[in-house]
Design a protein. Structure first.
Length: 192
């Protein structure tokens, strides 16, 4: 609880006590003829008001502690969610790793280059399909206009055709987006 909150709660409690005291004074005006019964009555009302104030203060402190515990618990849960967010993504990649391992083993005993090539293409297609199912898509670059939000120019290539100036001529490294956000910029050569 910060200092401002403590001061506000203290002011609220003090205002409540003063309000009760004002009511007591109105109901029991003090005169020179004040007797012991009136003083005892006022003292009892003061004790009751202080007890009520303490009760309210304890409830307030309990609620503040409960809120603080809630805030800490949700913070820990958030950290745990972030920490384990990759779990399902990694679990989805394991079958592809298994396929690669089987392909490597088959490559040791096979001399058929065409079968190895076909196996690699199947594994590649499986990986691309998995990435697409998780929102990862390649950025189409070659032949498009250079866009610094999607592309990272690594070379400027002189071109004779004016239509190719400012266009992506080659994409040595593909870029990818995840849910329409750039995951990796495409490394491109741009016509100059």
């Amino acid at each position: 609880m910060n200092t401002d909150d403590k001061e506000k709660s203290k002011k609220i409690y003090m205002d409540e006590v003063e309000s009760i005291m004002d009511e007591v004074k109105e109901d029991n005006p003090v005169t020179e003829d004040t007797d012991e019964v009136t003083v005892e009555s006022l003292q009892q009302q003061l004790v009751d008001a202080q007890a009520a104030l303490e009760k309210e203060k304890k409830e307030y402190m309990f609620l503040m502690a409960e809120f603080d515990n809630f805030r800490k618990r949700t913070g820990r849960e958030k950290v745990e969610i972030i920490k384990n967010a990759n779990e399902s993504a990694m679990k989805g990649l394991l079958p592809i790793v298994d396929d690669m391992e089987r392909g490597i083993e088959a490559n040791k005993t096979s001399d058929n280059a065409e079968a190895i090539k076909e196996g690699l293409e199947l594994i590649y297609n499986k990986l691309v399909k998995y990435l697409e199912s998780n929102g990862v898509k390649p950025i189409e670059s070659t032949g498009t206009s250079f866009d610094p939000d999607l592309h990272n120019a690594i070379a400027m290539v002189p071109v004779e055709d004016d239509d190719l100036k400012g266009k992506v001529i080659d994409t040595p490294t593909k870029g990818y987006t995840i849910n329409d956000k750039v995951l990796r910029h495409a490394m491109v050569a741009v016509g100059q």
